[in-house]
Design a binder for this molecule. Sequence first.
Ligand code: RTP
Ligand code: MG
Length: 150
Amino acid sequence: MAVERTLLLVKPDGVQRRLVGTILSRFESKGLKIVGLKMLNVTPELARKHYEEHVEKPFYPLLEEFITASPVVAIAAEGVDAISVARTMMGSTNGREAAPGTIRGDLSQSRQMNLVHGSDSPEAAKRELDIYFSAAELLDYDLNLSVYLA
Ligand code: RTP
Ligand code: MG
């Protein structure tokens, strides 16, 4: 059990389908803490960095076209075992095979347009958080209710 940070993306299909709030809400409701949040266009250069393990694969050109087509929302999320918790919530890659109850299983029917990305290991999370966020954009704060007290 360790507190981890993970890089999550709402992919272009999630933004196009106006599911940003829904997807963010699922992670928040689960108890993950948002420590960074931004909307950006993924450039081809950024896509090659992010998906470096896939660059030589046959599906890469289509993946690059898809991920650069319109903005994404990048989320840095923190929690105990946040990396695997988020991956479990996302479901398997192909939306048609992803289990009901998962984000992809409930909301996607596509192998490519599967709404979300989540880092798959601590090494990947560190690498991907560095790609999408500067140190200053990742915030340390306590969750406590006193901010609501008048
Ligand atoms: P992600 O990296 O985006 O969190 O997704 P993942 O681990 O579940 O899947 P991965 O194998 O890493 O693939 C990265 C993304 O590439 C697209 N893809 N298209 N057409 C295809 O055969 C194919 N396979 C993968 C998907 O958008 C997938 O999430
Ligand atoms: Mg992956």
